[in-house]
Design a protein around this ligand. Structure first.
Ligand SMILES: Cc1ncc(COP(=O)(O)O)c(C=O)c1O
Length: 486
C-alpha cells in the first residue's frame, strides 16, 4: 500500500508516468512522505495502481535522477534522507505543509518516547533485566497460533486463563480475597481508575485523594466531573481523622496503602481498620491502588487492604507496569460482586477489551512460573540498586537532603533542605541527563513540601552511584543560586 493517496486519472492528458512522478513530488514536498521513509517497489506500486510497470519505472527514474528518492542496495527505495536544499526551499504546492522543519526539529512524540529515561526516572522498572527471550517466545507462539475467534472481539472481562492466574497470584502474594470471576482485565491502572470513577462517581460527587498523591489518579478520578478533595497523609498513611471531618457527600477515597505515593510509607493496621470503618459507616468506596507492592526491602510486606475488608467496600487495582513493563498496558480490578455488572458495562463503554495477544502471552507467562521467578529475581536486583542509591546519597548529598522513606517500591523520597526549590533542582538535574520528579508537583493544594522522588528501578547500581555525584552538583548549583538570591 502507498502511504498516501496517489490519484491516477486515465482520461487526463498527462501521461501516467507523469502523474506518478507529480504525485510523489507533491507528497515529498508537502511532507506527506518524510525523508528516509520507504516507498513501495515498482512492482508493488504497479499492481496497486493497476498500471503496467513501465510508467512506474519511468517515474521512479526521474525521481531518482532529481534526488527526491534513493535506492539502497538490498533494502528498497526511500525518500532521500538528505533532500537537496533547493528542493526544500522551493515553494510547496498550494495547501501542502513544508517538509523542511521536519528534519531540524524533534517531534514531541519522539521526545516522549526516547527521552526521560535517565537515572532516577520514576515508575520505570529494570527493563534491562526483563526476560525478553521467554516473553518473545510466548508472544510469537500465540501470534502464530491466533484463531479467528481470538482475532475477533474479546470478552470485556478479559481472558479466563489470565483472570485465573491473576486471582491465584493475588490470593497468595497479596492476601487479596478474590475469585477469578471478580477479576476484570483493563489496560493498566489508569484505565482502572477511569472505569471505577465512571461506575462510582457522578458529576459533583466528592472523592478524597491523598495529599500529596499520585497526579495520574487525580486526573483519572476527576475526568468525569467528580470533585477532588485532598486529604493529608502522615506517617500512618491517609489521615482518617481529616477524612471524617469532611462530612457527607464523599463517595470514595483513593489510597495507596502498601506504599504511599509519593512518600513510600505503608498504612498502619490501625489506620486501615479506621479507614474501612469510615467506608462502611458512610457507604463509601475505597479505591486501593496496589501499584508496586511486590517489592519491600526492610519489613515484611503487609497484605492488601482488600483482604481485611469484611464489607466489600474495597475496589482493588493492580498493574503489570512495574512488575513487567509499562508498555504492556495490562492492569486489573478486583470488583466486589454486587458491582460486577456495572463495572463490565463501564469497561466495555470505555475501550471494549484489552488486546488478546498480550493477554494470551501473559497468562502463559504467569502459568509457566516465569512471573514468580522474575519477581523473585528482581527483589535482589532492586535491593542492590536501592542500596547503591542510598550509599551515593549518604556519601554525596547529605548536606542538602534527608531521606524520607525507602522501604519499599522502586523509588526513594527525599526532602530538600530549607530554601531549596525542588522544581529548580529537577531542572538542573535534567540539564545533566537526570530525570527526577519534584515532590511539590504531587500536591493538589497550595501547601507543598520541597523534595525529590528518585526512581532506582530503571538504572544499574553503578549508574545510580555515578548519578548521585551529578545530583550533588545540581543541588550545589541550586543552593548557591538561592543563597545569592538569583
Ligand atoms: C501510584 C501509581 N498508580 C498507578 C500507576 C500507573 O500504572 P499504569 O501504568 O498501570 O497505568 C503509577 C505509575 O507510575 C503509579 O505511580
Amino acid at each position: 500500500m502507498t502511504t498516501f493517496h496517489l490519484p491516477i486519472d486515465r482520461s487526463a492528458s498527462a501521461p501516467i508516468h507523469r502523474q506518478i512522478y507529480e504525485g510523489f513530488r507533491r507528497a515529498i514536498l508537502g511532507g506527506l512522505l518524510r525523508p528516509g521513509q520507504r516507498i513501495p517497489s515498482t512492482r508493488t506500486l504497479a499492481v496497486e495502481l493497476e498500471v503496467s510497470r513501465l510508467p512506474v519505472l519511468t517515474a521512479y527514474d526521474q525521481l531518482l535522477h532529481e534526488g527526491y528518492i534513493e535506492g539502497r542496495v538490498g533494502s528498497g527505495t526511500f525518500v532521500s534522507a538528505a533532500l537537496p536544499d533547493d528542493l526544500l526551499r522551493s515553494a510547496p504546492p498550494p495547501g501542502a505543509r513544508s517538509v523542511a522543519p521536519r528534519r531540524a526539529t524533534r517531534s514531541p512524540l519522539r521526545a516522549r518516547e526516547e527521552g526521560g529515561l535517565g537515572p532516577f526516572r520514576m515508575s520505570v522498572p529494570a527493563l534491562d533485566q526483563f526476560p525478553h527471550a521467554v516473553w518473545s517466545r510466548l508472544v510469537a507462539r500465540h501470534a502464530h497460533g491466533l484463531t479467528h475467534a481470538q482475532m475477533a472481539y474479546g470478552d470485556p472481562a478479559g481472558l479466563v486463563p489470565l483472570r485465573l492466574a491473576i486471582a491465584e497470584h493475588l490470593r497468595t502474594a497479596r492476601a487479596v480475597r478474590c475469585e477469578a470471576k471478580q477479576v476484570l482485565i483493563v489496560s493498566g491502572s489508569q484505565a482502572a481508575l477511569r472505569v471505577a470513577a465512571a461506575v462510582l462517581l457522578a458529576r459533583g460527587d466528592r472523592v478524597a485523594v491523598e495529599e500529596p498523591g499520585y497526579p495520574g489518579a487525580r486526573a483519572a478520578l476527576g475526568a468525569g466531573g467528580a470533585e477532588l478533595v485532598p486529604v493529608p497523609v502522615d506517617e500512618g498513611g491517609l489521615s482518617v481523622a481529616a477524612l471524617q471531618k469532611l462530612g457527607g457527600r464523599v463517595r470514595a477515597a483513593y489510597v495507596t496503602p502498601s506504599h504511599q505515593y509519593p512518600f513510600g510509607t505503608s498504612m498502619t493496621v490501625a489506620r486501615r481498620l479506621a479507614l474501612m470503618g469510615w467506608a462502611f459507616r458512610r457507604g463509601a468506596w475505597l479505591l486501593e491502588d496496589d501499584y508496586d507492592s511486590e517489592y519491600r526491602y526492610v519489613s515484611r510486606p503487609l497484605g492488601a487492604l482488600q483482604g481485611m475488608d469484611a464489607h466489600e467496600r474495597v475496589i482493588y487495582i493492580g498493574t503489570f507496569s512495574k512488575v513487567l513493563f509499562p508498555a504492556i498496558r495490562v492492569g486489573y480490578v478486583v470488583v466486589p460482586p454486587p458491582l460486577w455488572e456495572r463495572f463490565i458495562a463501564a469497561r466495555e463503554a470505555f475501550d471494549l477489551f484489552s488486546p488478546t495477544l498480550y493477554q494470551l502471552a501473559l497468562a502463559e507467562f504467569l502459568r509457566e512460573g516465569h512471573f514468580a521467578r522474575h519477581l523473585r529475581r528482581m527483589r535482589g536486583v532492586y535491593s542492590e540498586r536501592r542500596e547503591a542509591l542510598l550509599a551515593g546519597l549518604a556519601r554525596h548529598c547529605g548536606d542538602y537532603l534527608t531521606i524520607h522513606n525507602s522501604d519499599a517500591g522502586l523509588h526513594v523520597a527525599v526532602m530538600l533542605s530549607v530554601g531549596l526549590s525542588d522544581v529548580d533542582v529537577v531542572r538542573r538535574m535534567a540539564a545533566r541527563g537526570l530525570t527526577a520528579t519534584a515532590l511539590s508537583t504531587c500536591y493538589a493544594g497550595t501547601t507543598r513540601r520541597s523534595g525529590l522522588l528518585l526512581g532506582f528501578g530503571g538504572s544499574t547500581a553503578r549508574r545510580l552511584l555515578e548519578a548521585t555525584t551529578l545530583l550533588r552538583d545540581s543541588l550545589r548549583d541550586s543552593a548557591s543560586r538561592s543563597a545569592s538570591g538569583m
